[in-house]
Write a protein that binds this ligand. Structure first.
Ligand code: RET
Length: 269
């Protein structure tokens, strides 16, 4: 029952999330100056943090949650009784993720996909990869929300499994064809792509585990702990990832290895 109210500890973590995301957005703007034709990396990373700051503000003000309730009439030795089950769900997380995770993937794909079309490559193949990874990602989040809104445990775990299947599809694309494309661009870009890919994969795996341990899943950890851990992981997955991306691209530009991207482009630009 205690998990039905937003505690002051949750509120504190939600305000930390709001401030952290807002500061992260500003930091990325500052770090992103001088990126030139690579400024799209700062744009995606800025909006990831700015959007998250708005959703954290929504949750911190108590507007981003809903209490779901299911009533069942059960027969007991004393007669008919009403069995009521309720849970507090921060639905705003899923609205945040459904927008920000595609933007994070666009940031990663912006490094992995070559700036210039290679000989014989059809641009529609690339569009197919981008659409595929974003489509799977959106379904991962939406089906995760369906699971979070399910009180019946069969429904809940069916949605959890469906969401995991789409998660694996996302990982398949970023570890498969996109990584191959990054490798083909050589040293600096391949290394930056791998660094971002390892960070993204490591952090993204925490989400389904936390969901399973938290109030949406097995209720092994309290809502207080869940809100705190989500705030820290969200900050790392958004601000941390954005900073590594923007500074990494800048490093490649000044080190000259970004020429694999810009240099090849420079020939044709
Ligand atoms: C859910 C539901 C349970 C199954 C899976 C999930 C995956 C969520 C992920 C979320 C990533 C969010 C990020 C936010 C940025 O701050 C929806 C928890 C697989 C991977 C990166």
């Amino acid at each position: 029952m205690s998990d039905l109210v937003i505690t002051s500890m949750q509120e504190t973590w939600l305000w930390i999330g709001t401030a952290g995301m807002a500061l992260g957005a500003i930091l990325i703007l500052v770090l992103g100056r001088g990126l030139g034709k690579h400024s799209h990396h700062a744009v995606t990373s800025f909006f990831v943090c700015a959007i998250a700051a708005c959703f954290y503000l929504l949750m911190a003000q108590g507007q981003g949650d809903v209490i779901i309730t299911a009533k069942d009439v059960v027969l007991t030795p004393e007669g008919l009784a009403v069995d009521v089950e309720s849970r507090l769900v921060y639905f705003a997380r899923y609205l945040d993720w459904v927008v920000t995770t595609p933007l994070l993937l666009i940031g990663l794909l912006g490094v992995g996909l070559a700036a210039v079309k290679s000989a014989g490559e059809d641009v529609r193949q690339r569009t197919g990869l981008v659409a595929g990874v974003i489509g799977a990602d959106i379904l991962m989040i939406v089906t995760g929300l369906f699971g979070a809104l399910s009180l019946d445990s069969t429904h809940k775990y069916v949605w959890f499994i469906v969401s995991c299947v789409f998660f694996l599809a996302v990982l398949f694309v970023v570890w498969g064809p996109i990584r191959t494309s990054a490798k083909a661009q050589g040293g600096g870009i391949a290394a930056l792509y791998d660094k971002l890919l390892f960070i993204l994969t490591g952090l993204w795996f925490v989400y389904p585990v936390l969901w399973l341990l938290g109030t949406e899943g097995t209720e092994t950890i309290s809502l207080n702990t869940e809100v705190a851990v989500f705030a820290v992981i969200d900050l790392l997955a958004k601000v941390g990832f954005g900073v590594v991306l923007v500074t990494g691209v800048k490093g490649l530009m000044s080190g000259g290895s970004a020429d694999a991207e810009t240099g090849r482009a420079a020939v044709t630009d």
